[in-house]
Ligand binder design. Sequence first.
Ligand SMILES: O=C(O)c1cc(-c2cccc(F)c2)nc2ccccc12
Ligand SMILES: [Mg+2]
Length: 273
Amino acid sequence: ASATEKRRWTLNDFDIGKPLGRGKFGHVYLAREKRSNHIVALKVLFKSQLQQSQVEHQLRREVEIQSHLRHPNILRLYGYFYDQKRVYLILEYAAKGELYKELQKCKYFSERRAATYVASLARALIYCHGKHVIHRDIKPENLLIGAQGELKIADFGWSVHTFNRRRTMCGTLDYLPPEMVESVEHDASVDIWSLGVLCYEFLYGVPPFEAKEHSDTYRRIVQVDLKFPPKPIVSSAAKDLISQMLVKDSSHRLPLHKLLEHPWIVQNADPSG
Ligand SMILES: O=C(O)c1cc(-c2cccc(F)c2)nc2ccccc12
Ligand SMILES: [Mg+2]
């Protein structure tokens, strides 16, 4: 049987290593599965916290979705188990860590690096949409970097159909498309919008509709108040792609398969992704 296939896991199956980070509901640790020596990331969530925030059903559903997705640019969920106080998620270990830290360090990315990331995310989203999974939470905090520098979508904010109002209350609005900030029904094209926001942030170092107050960000999103600063210098091909994704009418956003044929992606993205 493969090292990480469906089994009844317990904490004794793992040697626990250094903490990799902390989230709202608990910590993530480096861990090694004893039988296979397979290195994983073990996410430890406190049941009390999950109950307080009333997210246990969302977590179950997202774990269900995540465990069935298989794509090089989507972080694997190998399994889960729980004890009296905690829920443990057995996750793929992304050796080069969090993308948002890399973006903070570099300030912004080269056009080749940005295009390579955007193309790999587009392929991952085409895969998800093909399985009727809408991500809805594409932002730097939810992206990790694998050992070969490849991007991995790492968030459990996945959901198939429900719209979690609470999420928009506490999370940043920056990445939400008009139809979500206006709380009208939405479809897979919300991910095209968020990918456009991400592409802008990769190239300029800040998201396009950033403002001091939530209310100003809200207004800039619904008005699609898109401006390209003079610095850093960005090619018109990149601006053209972003302008075709950040379109208010969701049915007029550039479809993801067309994105992969856009000149800026074809000329700049590293095919290996
Ligand atoms: O005590 C439980 O049965 C329990 C199970 C799970 C759970 C079960 C499968 C997958 C998953 F992600 C989480 N989550 C919880 C969250 C709060 C309190 C209790 C639980
Ligand atoms: Mg998240």
